[in-house]
Design a protein around this ligand. Structure first.
Ligand code: NAD
Ligand code: DAU
Length: 353
């Protein structure tokens, strides 16, 4: 089987659901179930014998050792992290704990287990670390896209802790020979994304008749990738990636934030017209994110050239699917957007005016 961490979060759950739909190999899903983790998302596989769920913190070394010993995975796919930049600005401690200490603890547990495998199993073992393009810092409008050799320059507490975890993974390959793979992906969107992130937040607020908060001048650029394409890329890297290598994953879809918000409003105007006016009328420009990175863009040619991966969705097809999914799954949104979420919205948006 494979061990997946963070498989109750947005990308991890999409990965688990896609994997179990597509193959017979079981998954051990290790997740602490923070505010961002939802068993509701995993409902279709909760009674599937190929899906074993363990509510465990990746900082808990003893629990991880026991899971490795009992389930003997052939690979680890590591999604678990604190993932929201704004939350990292309000409270960086959890990010250092999970992203740095947690990744270190997981690496140690994996190394202890891996070093006792026989030679064949050791060679076949993989530790795939899921990381982000944010570790490379911020681009100007004319800079070339991030490649695998772009120097690290993380700017937020979130990206600094992800960069720290990437360095640990690199060191475990270089020093101990652990067969690691690292992927650095651009912004994901799609079903089951927690509505603190731009796209699901805008869809949820639009339908609820609330304002659509755009930070600063709305001209920051992100490179959007449909989550199903990210999961397909991870499967490709897990299967055929070269140990010790890193792979950038991106959708070739650079958009300004205001373009993204306009497109969502236009899709909603068509799917669920308002009695008067357009959803665009709800857009409000609010105080910027401190240290807000201006532009991210991924050069994904290595992944395409070496492993033949290309995104299947364009931004237009992926976003249309996503808007439709949120319209049809408002019960899911209602359930996750409860206690902690309401507190977060108050903390983040009251101060932006
Ligand atoms: P998410 O916040 O939606 O989910 C994170 C999951 O990790 C949750 O299920 C949570 O319960 C779990 N978790 C958190 N701390 C844990 C701990 N200490 N022990 C065990 N489980 C814990 O995140 P996401 O958007 O799905 O991102 C998944 C990974 O992909 C992260 O590593 C993130 O850095 C990376 N990434 C995300 C994006 C994106 O656009 N969302 C893009 C590139 C890379
Ligand atoms: O680039 C990959 C990263 O993408 C991942 O590593 C992170 O885990 C993921 O959260 C995401 O980070 P961003 O900060 O880019 O995503 P977010 O959805 O928070 O914001 C996207 C852009 O939209 C960003 O420029 C900030 C802006 N924004 C965000 C929110 C929540 C707004 O204008 N208004 C908002 O209310």
């Amino acid at each position: 089987m494979i061990l997946v961490t963070g498989g109750a979060g947005f990308i991890g759950a999409n990965f688990v659901l896609d994997w179990l739909r597509g193959c017979d190999e079981p998954i051990l899903n290790v997740d602490k179930l923070t505010y961002a983790g939802n068993l509701r998302t995993l409902e279709p596989v909760l009674h599937d014998p190929k899906h074993v769920f363990a509510r465990v913190d990746i900082c808990d070394a003893a629990a991880l050792d026991a899971l490795f010993a009992e389930h003997r995975p052939r690979a680890v796919v590591h999604f678990a992290a604190e993932s929201h930049v704004d939350r990292s600005i309000h409270g960086p401690a959890d990010f250092v704990q999970t992203n740095v200490v947690g990744t270190f603890t997981l690496l140690e547990a994996a190394r202890a287990y891996w070093s006792k495998l026989d030679a064949g199993e050791r060679a076949a073992f993989r530790f795939l670390h899921v990381s982000t393009d944010e570790v490379f810092g911020s681009l100007s409008a004319t800079d070339p896209q991030f490649s695998e050799t772009t120097p690290y320059a993380p700017n937020s507490p979130y990206s600094a802790t992800k960069a720290g975890s990437d360095h640990l993974v690199r060191a475990y390959h270089h020093t101990y020979g652990l067969p690691t793979l690292t992927t650095n992906c651009s912004n994901n969107y799609g079903p089951y994304q927690f509505p603190e992130k731009l796209i699901p937040l805008v869809i949820a607020n639009a339908i609820a008749g609330k304002s659509l908060p755009v930070y600063g001048d709305g001209q920051n650029v992100r490179d959007w990738l449909y989550v199903g394409d990210h999961c397909a890329a991870i499967r490709e890297v897990l299967g055929c990636g070269e140990p010790g290598e890193t792979y950038n994953i991106g959708g070739w879809n650079e958009k300004t934030n205001i373009e993204v918000v306009h497109t969502i409003c236009d899709l909603l105007d068509a799917a669920r017209p308002k009695a008067n006016g357009s959803y665009r009328d709800q857009i409000t420009f609010v105080k910027d994110r401190p240290g807000h990175d201006r532009r991210y863009a991924i050069d994904a040619r290595k992944l395409e050239g070496k492993l033949g991966w290309k995104p299947a969705e364009t931004f237009e097809t992926g976003l249309a699917k996503t808007v439709r999914w949120y319209l049809e799954n408002q019960a899911w949104v209602g359930e996750v957007a409860s206690g902690d979420y309401r507190k977060w919205v108050e903390t983040n948006y009251t101060e932006r005016g």
